[in-house]
Design a protein around this ligand. Structure first.
Ligand code: PGA
Length: 256
């Protein structure tokens, strides 16, 4: 079983001071943490200050997006190299909010994933269906298309470190979490596709995170699913206490 990854997605929240304070609390709450990895996806403007807070800790830093070109006349864009320079080891790519509001497609996702890998960043690729697609019975087909499309230009060598997040669009920020059965079914399907794209051993080691209204009171059940290897947490990651409860999920029972 891969080591679980608990990732915070702060989205467009937190000024620099607030980011530093939140990161500091997470670092304190993760002291001595074993058997799980923690990642903070901060807004671009906070990356430098958060990197300073995370220095010397086991908590990693991610950007929430990037552009695939290396440099040049791309007003408003941020390159992989800039993100690395700001202290990031990871980058979130293809979040549904970017697909929905900013015209992200499987093609742009694929280019970003490939460029991230080439720059030494670990991509956290997000896939997920809308409510209409779920109700039409298209969930498996949609997430497979997003996965294959997003990894179209990705090199086999990157598969082992790749992070994948299944985030049903209808569960993001809505308070409607997928049931553990729904999550497990999609995660198992994604792993089968990953095995087809690489091999069974590699696919078994890829962490597939669940995202969409993960909270302190539902994380234990979700993390009990064999194919759920972590969580990508939006709203509940903005309160250190809640996020740390999620990081420390299931510890009381000694399950992990
Ligand atoms: P949420 O967001 O936890 O607020 O639903 C998750 C995400 O969008 O990554």
């Amino acid at each position: 079983m891969p080591v679980p990854m608990l990732a915070a997605n702060w989205k467009m929240n937190c000024l620099a001071d607030e980011s530093a304070e939140l990161a500091r609390s997470v670092v304190e709450g993760c002291a001595g943490l074993k058997g799980r990895d923690v990642l903070l996806a901060a807004p671009f403007t906070s990356l430098h200050v958060v990197a300073r807070e995370l220095a010397g800790s086991s908590v990693s830093l991610a950007a929430q997006d990037m552009f695939w070109e290396q440099s040049g006349a791309w007003t408003g864009e941020v390159s992989a190299e800039m993100i690395v320079d700001a202290g990031c080891s990871h980058v979130v790519i293809g979040h549904s909010e970017r697909r929905e509001h900013f015209g992200e497609t499987d093609y742009t996702v694929a280019r970003k994933v490939a460029a991230a890998h080439a720059a030494g960043l670990i991509p956290l690729l997000c896939v997920g269906e809308t409510l209409a697609q779920r109700e039409a019975g298209q969930t498996a087909e949609v997430v497979e298309r997003q996965l294959r499309g997003g990894l179209f230009e990705f090199e086999q060598a990157g598969f082992a470190s790749l992070l994948l997040a299944y985030e049903p669009v209808w569960a993001i920020g809505t308070g409607h979490t997928a049931s553990s059965e729904q999550a497990e079914e999609v995660h198992a399907g994604l792993r089968t596709v990953l095995a087809d794209m690489s091999d069974t051993d590699t696919a078994a080691g890829i962490r597939i995170l669940y995202g969409g209204s993960v909270k302190p009171d539902n994380v234990d059940e979700l993390m009990a699913c064999p194919n759920v290897n972590g969580a990508l947490v939006g709203g509940a990651s903005l309160k250190a206490e809640d996020f740390l409860r999620i990081v420390h999920h299931r510890e009381q029972s000694g399950v992990i």
